[in-house]
Design a protein around this ligand. Structure first.
Ligand SMILES: CC(C)(COP(=O)(O)OP(=O)(O)OC[C@H]1O[C@@H](n2cnc3c(N)ncnc32)[C@H](O)[C@@H]1OP(=O)(O)O)[C@@H](O)C(=O)NCCC(=O)NCCS
Length: 183
């Protein structure tokens, strides 16, 4: 019902349990593309799995925690952004994202993350937002960089995938930095 226009052809909306079939169809297009780079629990195989993800986020949102938003490009769900963690009590959050391959390269993720960070810092008064990615995920790190985040550290061999333990990067931006770059 509610949506935020990010561009003429792009809408950001809460991604909710009733979207389960649409989300599952989108995952069919995205699954192998995102699998190496996102948490294993997010990469489900069918409508029940997709619904379980949406329900998990809905339950956490009800407690003012994690939140999930879909990105619709010309009316098709092509990906999304989320607060993988959100804590008003500690003043910090973590932002994540994914896209199906056909929607990469047009800036929609940067736009959508911008909207989330602005809400977190301006509306909710949070102090710090983090971004965590595999160290070899260049497209993800590029988004963090475009958002003005700073690379704070590398957790060595902390991301097991495909029999290899990959390094993991933590990027972050503080509210003061967000306000300065918005001026
Ligand atoms: C990470 C991921 C979401 C990034 O997608 P993306 O399309 O590169 O990111 P954006 O939507 O911000 O688009 C940036 C691209 O659009 C281009 N672009 C065009 N117009 C733009 C605009 N107005 N603003 C910003 N970028 C724009 C940029 O130049 C860039 O393209 P390039 O990398 O080819 O130079 C995507 O690669 C993905 O889904 N990967 C697999 C899952 C994943 O890694 N998730 C993150 C886990 S930490």
């Amino acid at each position: 019902m509610f949506s935020l226009p990010l561009r003429d052809d792009v809408r950001l909306r809460p991604l909710e349990v009733w979207h389960a079939e649409e989300f599952a169809a989108h995952l069919d297009r995205a699954r192998e593309h995102i699998r190496p780079w996102v948490g294993a629990a997010f990469v489900t195989d069918d409508v029940d799995g997709a619904r379980a993800t949406l329900r998990r986020y809905a339950e956490r949102q009800a407690a003012d925690g994690a939140r999930l938003y879909g990105i619709w490009l010309d009316g098709t769900l092509v990906g999304g952004v989320m607060f993988t963690d959100f804590s008003a009590a500690s003043g910090s959050c973590e932002v994540g994202c994914w896209l199906e391959p056909g929607a990469e390269g047009s800036g929609v993720i940067t736009l959508a993350c911008h909207a989330l960070l602005d809400w977190a810092f301006t509306t909710r008064g949070l102090h710090r937002a983090e971004w965590i990615c595999r160290a070899d995920n260049e497209r993800s790190a590029a988004v963090a960089k475009r958002l003005g985040m700073t690379l704070e550290g590398v957790w060595r061999e902390s991301w097991p995938y495909g029999g290899i333990r990959h390094d993991k990067q933590t990027w972050a931006i503080l509210a003061t930095e967000w306000r300065t770059q918005r001026q």
